[in-house]
Design a protein around this ligand. Structure first.
Ligand SMILES: [Zn+2]
Length: 73
């Protein structure tokens, strides 16, 4: 395996990069993409489970959080 540090990440296509991530990182990336989609359709900050608002403090700590604190717990 050649040494490919972060500075070489741009050489990879996104899908190949994702394939190299572990499950945790992949799950986080999926959550981020989902959050971006919700931002596009105007439901960002709305809990995907109960439909209530996600607290600003939670979004600051975890901007891609799909659910409010109540639903996450
Ligand atoms: Zn909720």
């Amino acid at each position: 395996m050649p040494d490919d540090g972060p500075d070489r990440a741009a050489d990879f296509g996104e899908e190949r990069l994702i394939a190299r991530l572990d499950d945790e990182a992949r799950g986080e990336l999926t959550a981020i993409r989902s959050a971006l989609r919700r931002l596009e359709i105007g439901t960002f900050g709305v809990c995907t489970r109960c439909g209530g608002p996600i607290a600003l403090g939670r979004l600051r700590a975890l901007p891609w959080a799909p659910t409010c604190v109540d639903c996450a717990g």
